[in-house]
Design a protein around this ligand. Structure first.
Ligand SMILES: Cc1ncc(COP(=O)(O)O)c(C=O)c1O
Length: 444
């Protein structure tokens, strides 16, 4: 297949049904604010902040200008044995926004790299303290931590794992998933209250099985994003923190989606009042414009690794990427974080999130096949009954139909998620929700 100015023969699309795509291509060529323009001139509203990245809306001049200026000043500099001014400034800003003593930023380029970096820090930290036997990781069913072998291993989305068998990390276990369809199918800006304590399984089965003294870290998304916006039970994250403290286990929050404003706060850690030992970020840190990710570590992790008998010329942590702290990406991050502050966009995300949640619950409840609705922060999910024998098809068909009607939404299994940029207006929410409601009816 060929368009006037490009062929479609070479680009293999990620996490996309390529055969379907080639029959019905969806190609963006421009974006401004809340909207894209497609190759065939259609206007499409970005209902998902382009994979949860574009908090400030598209084509923001202060970010673009900062990138251009940086390109003309210092385009790139080696990341090893030397650094650049933008990396220090960005790290200082990010650390100042993070809670507690999360002060040391290890940069990378993506959420997947952040996941693997955080797991490696956990192992190296324990070893530095003479506890190298701590090498068990615990993730959670339906968790998503990217596509590296580490992140995939602690992740819990079956389709992402099933092909890789014994290549996944050994000594990994998973917490139970945090969804209770019987008691908490419909959740609106509140913490789900469970009848049972689902962390008892961690205390009574998983930790004794491996012995807590062997466990390096527990990694969770505070809110499970990629699986379809599933919220933790009331008190869950606090109790997880207590259990980790009791046994000397590190707690890692993967905030690649929840970080930088989605919850109406800097991080989900702030929203829930729980400080993890490491906090992974990516996406919104640069408004999606340039790849940048990282892990914010508590002081004690850095300090333990620096307390070594090795001579000073020896590297303390053998890890890093050529583009760790890339000056252009860091300049983009500084401009993005300044823009979020100047326009008070995190608070706005919290306020608009309430409108989004209201619209979801009042519009979708009772529509055909709707079996759950969850809203929190500036994101909401509607869960649909799968078509018997073809899981995921209903949500995918709805996604396609919404696209034909000018709205980009996100299918995740049989859940459809909307998570717009923080600059969203009420009229945009109405458009997104009404388009989705029509599609749900059509696909009954
Ligand atoms: C929680 C979480 N962790 C990690 C990742 C992976 O990020 P990336 O695609 O930048 O590698 C994602 C991506 O959506 C994510 O949601």
């Amino acid at each position: 297949m060929a368009y006037n100015d490009f062929s479609m023969d070479n680009h293999w699309l990620p996490f996309t049904p390529n055969r379907q795509f080639r029959k019905e291509p969806r190609v963006f060529v421009a974006a401004e604010g809340m909207h894209f323009t497609t190759h065939d001139g259609k206007k499409v509203i970005d209902g998902i902040s382009s994979l949860w990245c574009v908090g400030a809306g598209h084509n923001r001049k202060p970010i673009n200008e900062a990138i251009k200026k940086q390109l003309d000043t210092l385009d790139y500099a080696t990341a090893f044995q030397a650094s650049n001014d933008q990396a220090f400034k960005a790290a200082e800003m990010i650390a100042s926004m993070a809670p507690g003593d999360l002060n040391k930023v290890l940069f990378c380029n993506s959420g997947s790299e952040a996941a693997d970096t955080s797991l490696k820090v956990a192992l190296a930290y324990h070893r530095a303290r003479g506890e190298g036997h701590r090498n068990v990781f615990i993730g959670r069913e339906k968790g998503y931590h990217g596509v590296g072998f580490g992140g995939m291993s602690v992740g819990g989305i079956p389709a992402n794992r099933k092909v890789y068998g014994t290549s996944l990390l050994p000594r990994v276990d998973h917490l139970r998933f945090i969804h209770d369809p019987a008691g908490n199918a419909y959740i609106h800006n509140q913490e789900p209250v469970w009848q049972e304590d689902i962390l008892l399984e961690l205390e009574n089965r998983i930790l004794p099985l491996h012995d807590p003294s062997n466990v390096a870290a527990i990694i969770v998304e505070p809110v499970a994003g990629s699986a379809g916006w599933y919220l933790p039970p009331q008190g869950y994250l606090k109790r997880l923190r207590e259990i980790c403290d009791k046994h000397g286990i590190l707690l890692i929050f993967d905030e690649v989606i929840t970080g930088f404003g989605r919850m109406g706060t800097n991080f989900a850690a702030d929203y829930y009042g729980v400080v993890p030992d490491m906090l992974n970020f990516a996406k919104c840190v640069t408004n999606g414009v340039i790849p940048l990710g990282g892990v914010i570590c508590r002081d004690k992790l850095y300090d333990a690794m620096m307390k070594t008998e090795a001579p000073e010329h020896v590297i303390e942590f053998f890890h890093g990427y050529t583009y760790s702290g890339h000056p252009v990406a860091c300049a983009a991050a500084i401009a993005t974080l300044n823009l979020y502050k100047q326009e008070n966009l995190f608070a706005r995300a919290g306020e608009m999130g309430k409108l989004l949640g209201d619209a979801f619950h009042s519009t979708f409840k009772g529509l055909p096949n709707v079996i759950g609705i969850r809203s929190l922060g500036l994101a909401a999910a509607v869960e649909l009954a799968p078509i018997a024998g073809t899981p995921g098809k209903r949500a995918f068909d709805i996604y396609l139909d919404c696209f034909h009607h000018g709205a980009l939404v996100r299918p995740a299994g049989d859940v459809v998620v909307i998570a717009p940029p923080y600059v969203v207006e009420k009229s945009h929410i109405d458009q997104l929700v009404n388009t989705l409601a029509d599609s749900i009816r059509k696909n009954a």
